[in-house]
Ligand binder design. Structure first.
Ligand SMILES: NC(=O)c1ccc[n+]([C@@H]2O[C@H](COP(=O)([O-])OP(=O)(O)OC[C@H]3O[C@@H](n4cnc5c(N)ncnc54)[C@H](OP(=O)(O)O)[C@@H]3O)[C@@H](O)[C@H]2O)c1
Length: 345
């Protein structure tokens, strides 16, 4: 049976990606779109300034945009693409009302009873849903995906965990779509690099340890390494590129590291419609990965790595992922698919 789903914040940069990815989804039927009071009551096709390089799906053009309130939404799962400040109040209202909330927003990511998921990396953390329901007495739940830059980094660090990660340094080159449609003015970003993204370094420095931590059935024990991040906005539309330096306890050869990336797979995501064939694609060409060439790998769900080189007591490499697909909408949809598979919905 197909499940009814809604998108909260459907008019924004991430909201539009949700609509693109859900329009033809084999399990989910797009039944409700919400936005702010500014947009509510209008037809989606009239109000949303569609800015993706794929056509606005016909079946959503005439859907009426609803206010973002649980009583107005008829669905089982809602995908949240709301600003964190709004998500903080709204997401619990939906969870209390029985919805599964698959959220992109940062408001609940670091709460100890909220799973922060990358299905190929920590599928078992979904068990936190039971802890959350018990703690909060909600009929529904909140499941989150990481910040868009953290996803590419944490996914690429997972295969390196077997070598023992001592510490990570990362410098990001982040696309403008990561700031939302109204985020960065063209006069500020064209011909420029901006070495500041509000609250980004803080998220980069704490989220990966939770994702790569161990779940004991009651809580997650964070992975024990520090991350130091420097985050930069660059004039790229989609695709975050990251230079990563990982210090390792063991001393693997470069070919062992390459192999760990290339052979990485996770059986739990088998059969999930949004899971790419390969979560990590390794490039050997010396000038890859690049956002324009590689962001759509695996329909935007694969993270590309390359430039694997020796570094002090570890390895350095470049990782690149599509920030509004793998880093946002696609990530939430994959979380919801894992939820449905696990709980046989
Ligand atoms: N962009 C990325 O790459 C990315 C990646 C990962 C996570 N995220 C996170 O995803 C969320 C959405 O980001 P975005 O880039 O898509 O932002 P955005 O383009 O600014 O879109 C925000 C959406 O939220 C709606 N909204 C704003 N205020 C609202 C309110 N008071 N009540 C109900 N709806 C409201 C807007 O509706 P109106 O059109 O009516 O204003 C719009 O649909 C954020 O939490 C962001 O941090 C973004």
């Amino acid at each position: 049976m197909r499940m009814k789903v809604g998108v909260l914040g459907a008019t924004g940069a991430v909201g539009q990606r949700f609509i693109q990815l859900l329009a033809e989804h084999p399990w989910f039927e797009l039944a409700a779109l919400t936005a702010s009071e500014r947009s509510a009551g209008k037809k989606y096709g009239e109000i949303a300034k569609w800015r993706l390089d794929v056509p606005l799906p016909d079946k959503v053009k005439d859907l009426k945009v609803l206010p973002t309130s649980p009583e107005k939404v008829d669905a089982d799962i809602v995908f949240s693409a709301l600003p964190a400040s709004i998500a903080k109040d709204v997401e619990p209202e939906f969870a209390k009302a029985g919805f599964v909330v698959a959220s992109n927003a940062s408001a609940y990511r670091m709460e100890s009873d909220v799973p922060l998921m990358i299905p190929e990396v920590n599928p078992d953390h979904l068990g936190l849903v039971e802890v959350q329901k018990k703690n909060r007495h909600w009929d529904g739940c909140i499941i989150t995906n990481p910040n868009c830059s953290v996803i590419a980094m944490a996914l690429s660090l997972k295969p390196l965990m077997k070598f023992g990660i001592k510490g990570v340094h990362v410098a990001t080159m982040q696309a403008v779509s990561g700031a939302g449609y109204e985020g960065v003015s063209s006069m500020a970003i064209l011909d420029n690099v901006i070495p500041y993204i509000a609250k980004e370094e803080e998220k980069m420095e704490i989220e990966a340890q939770k994702i790569l931590g161990e779940f004991d059935g009651a809580k997650v024990k964070n992975a024990d390494f520090a991350v130091s991040a420097s985050c930069n906005r660059v004039p790229v539309i989609d695709g975050h590129t990251e230079a990563i330096w990982a210090s390792l306890c063991d001393n693997p050869s470069l070919s062992e590291v390459r192999d760990a990336f290339a052979k990485f797979k996770c059986d739990e995501v088998k059969g999930l419609p949004t899971a790419p064939e390969k979560a990590i694609i390794v490039h050997d060409a010396e000038d890859r990965p690049q956002p324009r060439l590689d962001r759509n790998a695996g329909k935007g769900m694969s993270v590309s790595v390359g430039r694997i080189m020796e570094y002090a007591d570890g390895v350095k490499y470049i990782a690149m992922g599509h920030n509004t697909i793998r880093g946002a909408a696609g990530a939430s949809i994959l979380n919801a698919e894992l939820f449905c598979k696990t709980y046989k919905r």
